[in-house]
Design a protein around this ligand. Structure first.
Ligand code: F6P
Length: 361
């Protein structure tokens, strides 16, 4: 461990970007406490993600700011989905403003806490010469280069609790309950909470579903006396036909269907195919709110303190990561522009199938 005098970083900025999630404050606390107490670094908190750096909305953080926030949901820094590189001309202005403010604030480095978009922007900024250190957060667990992101475990617990509650409704009413989790491109949350909640069917974006196969499964259950079923669906679920369409045609089809989301579309299809009474529940932003789970608090704190050590060593252009049981780091080019999807051979898919869960095909 470097001494405070040896620390390469004297002053750093910190921001949170993208959708909020449980564990952000725990991670902020982890970085700031270790950076402050071990390395005596100056810390500047940047408001509302990259937007704060564009607009110069920055304030110094002192120990009172990062005390008492371990269990608090959301982010004390605020967040936004600002993507400075997104639109060409305005993008250039935004990137220019970021670089100017970075220099004006005399930052030795910038810590960015976020998902795919945030770490991709971090990578692009590091290509522009800024010292960036990424930290992986998202309830979707879809960041390439890390086994887990903080936020995922908390969201999984919320989804599992919701599935448990909807289970008793399904059983009492002899209904099919279709429960939608977040996850546009990756089905980790639906898969994990679906298994934890004993889902009879789990539909993820990586495996386009066949409504006939799902209906056969539900009817089969009914024949064995199981008069209710739980169907867990990721918001990005696609039928086999939808997966074959281009995005424009798919959007048109969905707009015409007037179903607000995947769960509603699938609930309708199940009812039409099986005649079983079916209800849809979209868990929505409840999944991202509130206190972090104990596991996320630990992960976020580990990531945070590891980030402080990396700042002290001047180890930039990287994202803190978890591989196996250890905390390490990967080059920011690893998560940049990518989405970590559930692979076709993920052992958990086989686990689900082995306990009789239908995966939509
Ligand atoms: O942060 C990712 C995510 O959780 C996605 O799964 C979801 O589609 C999206 O956020 C919703 O974002 P917003 O809060 O901007 O509606």
């Amino acid at each position: 461990m470097e001494s405070a005098e040896q620390s390469v970083t004297k002053t750093f900025g910190i921001l949170t970007a993208g959708g909020d999630c449980p564990g952000l404050n725990a991670a902020i606390r982890g970085v700031c406490r270790a950076a402050y107490s071990r390395y005596h670094m100056n810390i500047l908190g940047i408001s509302n993600g990259y937007r704060g750096l564009i607009e110069g909305d920055v304030r110094p953080l002192s120990p009172e700011d990062f005390s008492g926030i371990l269990t608090r949901g959301g982010t004390i820094l605020g967040t936004s989905r600002e993507k400075p590189f997104k639109s060409s001309e305005i993008g250039e202005d935004k990137v220019k403003a970021i670089k100017e403010n970075y220099n004006k604030l005399k930052l030795d480095g910038l810590v960015v806490l976020g998902g795919n978009g945030t770490n991709t922007t971090g990578y692009l900024l590091s290509q522009e010469g800024l010292n960036i250190l990424g930290m992986p957060k998202t309830i979707d667990n879809d960041i390439e280069g890390t086994d887990r992101s903080f936020g995922f475990h908390s969201a999984m617990a919320i989804c599992t609790d919701a599935i448990d509650r909807l289970h008793s409704i399904a059983a009492s009413h002899n209904r099919v309950m279709v429960i939608e989790t977040m996850g546009h491109k990756a089905g980790w949350l639906a898969l994990f909470s679906g298994i934890a909640g004993g889902g009879d069917v789990i539909i993820i974006p990586e495996i386009p579903y066949d409504i006939k196969a799902i209906s056969r499964h539900l009817k089969g259950r009914a024949k064995t006396g199981k008069s209710f079923s739980i169907v867990v669906v990721a918001e990005g679920a696609l039928s086999l036909e939808e997966a074959r369409m281009d995005k424009k045609d798919r959007k048109k089809l969905w707009a015409e269907s007037s179903a607000p989301s995947a769960a509603y579309r699938i609930a309708r299809q199940i009812e039409a195919e099986t005649g079983m009474e079916t209800r849809a529940t979209v868990l929505g932003h409840v999944q991202r709110g509130g206190i972090p789970s104990a596991s996320d608090r630990i992960l976020a704190t580990r990531f945070g303190t590891a980030a402080a050590d990396m700042l002290a060593r001047g180890e930039y252009g990287k994202m803190v990561a978890r591989t196996g049981s250890g905390t390490g780091a990967v080059d920011l080019s690893v998560p940049a522009g990518k989405i970590k999807k559930v692979p076709k051979d993920d052992p958990l898919l086989d686990t689900a199938a082995a306990v009789g869960t239908c995966l939509g095909v």
